[in-house]
Design a protein around this ligand. Sequence first.
Ligand code: TA6
Length: 283
Amino acid sequence: MTKTLPLRIDHQGMPAIHLRSPDGAEAIMLEYGGHVVSWKPANGVERLYMSPQAIFKDGVPVRGGMPVIFPQFGQRGPLQGHGFARRMNWQLVDARIGEDYAIANLRLTESAATLKLWPHEFSLEVTVNITGARLDVELEVSNTGNEPFEFTAALHTYLAVREVEECGIEGLRGQSCLDTLTNKEFREAKNPLTIDQEVDRIYYDTQKPLMLNEPHRGLVIQSENMPDTVVWNPWEQRCAELVDMPKDGFRRMICIEAAAIHQPVKLLPGGEWWGRQTLMGLD
Ligand code: TA6
């Protein structure tokens, strides 16, 4: 049996939804950006990185958690970096708790503000489902207008790590990727991939599960229908330039992002698309 709960809370001065599954898993989502800002599996240990200097203010993207990137990844188009979805207030559609899960669904649709930036009618939904050691975040896009449109999208997941230089990402060897720092494409030779400098890459068509290993724990990362994986760490110099990151913040995070970038998604009127990222803690 499921029941609807009043899960609304205030988080850093913003309306949010606090999900708590009966098995102990927890997540917090802001209505601003449809943004997951915290995920604790049932063992109670936070798995998402949130910058202690993150700014919670309308119009400013939140540095950490899981920003929703839509309808433009990065600077690949005329919009502001990473599009507008992370800078808009979304509507709560549904939040429920079940026997061993909790789920919430938020929606963003076109408004005068979005139409000014991007002249398309759309529905963008994010659904977050937590149970035990698992988090599923699903994006759904519908073209509710009369003209086709194209978009790129990502779940820009900031993962919390004890020390980035202790981490290894398994599962990328052999994958083609674009190094966006040099604008060169190459095939990944490393397994595991370790991080000891600035990294900003788009791995194409990564359909296999990835593992983020730390000496004391692991995380399985899977995506469906989001064929690309972005790996980002700003390292020391770039991090120092980010006003919303502490000096050593780059050591505590790594972004592993499920994305659809290389082949933009085309939707005809009435067309629908979905993509999902699943994280599973192994502690
Ligand atoms: O996903 C990686 C990336 O596109 C990087 O190039 C990097 O600048 C980052 O996202 C953060 O972007 P933001 O606009 O949130 O500062």
